[in-house]
Design a protein around this ligand. Structure first.
Ligand code: ADP
Ligand code: MG
Length: 256
C-alpha cells in the first residue's frame, strides 16, 4: 500500500459570502503525524478553512482530500468517519449532559455502538461499553476533568468545558484533529498546560493536529509547519523559524 503523505490537503479554495471573499485561493497541506499551526488576524478565513476541510461548508471552488482520497463532494459525516474530528471556535459541548456522558458520546461514536444495543441483548455490547467507559475515564484524568465527571458540562468553568470538548473529539479516535483557537479565553497558565497536553498527545499517539491559534509563541514552539493566512490567502508557510523570519509576516502580522 503506498504511503499517504498528507492527512489533509486543501487546494485553491475559494469561499465567498456575498462580496466578502473569506477564502481567496488558499491551499494548505497537513502532513501525516504533523502538528500544523494556522496563524492570521481576525477575519482572515481561518475558521472558514476549518469548515471546508471538515465538510461543514462546501467551497465555491477548490478541492479537499483526506488521507489521499478526494472528499470534495463528501458531507461532514463521511469525513468524520474517515477520522476527522474538530472543535469549534465557540466551544460546543452538550451542556445538559455530564462531563462523563459528553466523553462517552465521543467513544460511542468510535466503537459504533448505541448504548441501547446492550438492552437488545447484543453479546458484545457490554464488553464494548465497558471499554468505552474505561477510555472516557482515562481521558478525563489526562485532561484533568475527572473531578467533574458527574457535573453538567454547562456548569463548568470555561477551560474545563474546553477540555471536555477536546476530550470528546479525542474519544472518537481521530486520525486528524482540528482545533479552532483551543487556548482562546484561557488564562496564561491554562494555555501553557493545554499546549503541553497537545504536544504530548501529538508525540505519544502520533496524532495529526491542525490548530488555529492567536497565541503565536505557543504555535511557533509546538508546530512542525506553520501557515499564515491573511485576507483569504496564504501569506507565508514553512517551519516556525522560516515563518518567524519572513519580513512580510513580521511587518503585517507579528508586529515586529
Ligand atoms: P477567522 O476565523 O480567521 O477570524 P472567518 O473564517 O471566521 O475568519 O471569517 C472570514 C471572513 O468571512 C470574515 O470577513 C467573516 O466576517 C466572513 N464570514 C465568515 N462566516 C460567515 C458567514 N457565515 N456569513 C457571512 N460572512 C461570514
Ligand atoms: Mg475563527
Amino acid at each position: 500500500r503506498p504511503e499517504i503523505a498528507n492527512a489533509a490537503e486543501a487546494r485553491d479554495v475559494v469561499v465567498s459570502f456575498g462580496a466578502v471573499h473569506a477564502l481567496d485561493g488558499a491551499s494548505i497541506r497537513i502532513p501525516n503525524e504533523s502538528m500544523v499551526g494556522l496563524l492570521g488576524p481576525n477575519g482572515a478565513g481561518k475558521s472558514t478553512l476549518f469548515d471546508v476541510i471538515s465538510g461543514v461548508r462546501r467551497p465555491d471552488q477548490g478541492t479537499v482530500s483526506l488521507f489521499g482520497t478526494d472528499v470534495s463532494t463528501q458531507p461532514a459525516w463521511d469525513r468524520a468517519k474517515l477520522g476527522v474530528a474538530r472543535t469549534f471556535q465557540t466551544t460546543r459541548v452538550m451542556a445538559d449532559l455530564s462531563v462523563g456522558d459528553n466523553l462517552l458520546a465521543g467513544a460511542y461514536q468510535r466503537i459504533g455502538i448505541h448504548p441501547l444495543r446492550f438492552l437488545a441483548g447484543d453479546p458484545r455490547a457490554a464488553a464494548r461499553l465497558r471499554e468505552a467507559e474505561e477510555a472516557a475515564w482515562a481521558a478525563a484524568r489526562l485532561l484533568d476533568i475527572d473531578r467533574y465527571w458527574n457535573e453538567r458540562c454547562g456548569t463548568l468553568e470555561f477551560s474545563a468545558r474546553r477540555r471536555a470538548e477536546i476530550g470528546r473529539c479525542l474519544l472518537s479516535g481521530p486520525r486528524l484533529l482540528l482545533l479552532d483557537e483551543p487556548a482562546a479565553g484561557l488564562d496564561p497558565a491554562s494555555s501553557v498546560a493545554l499546549f503541553s497536553l497537545l504536544k504530548r498527545l501529538h508525540a505519544d499517539l502520533g496524532l495529526t493536529v491542525l490548530l488555529v491559534e492567536h497565541y503565536v509563541k505557543a504555535v511557533l514552539d509546538s508546530c512542525d509547519l506553520v501557515y499564515v493566512l491573511a485576507e483569504g490567502r496564504i501569506l507565508a508557510e514553512g517551519t516556525p523559524a522560516e515563518v518567524a523570519a519572513d519580513p512580510e509576516v513580521q511587518a503585517r502580522y507579528l508586529g515586529t
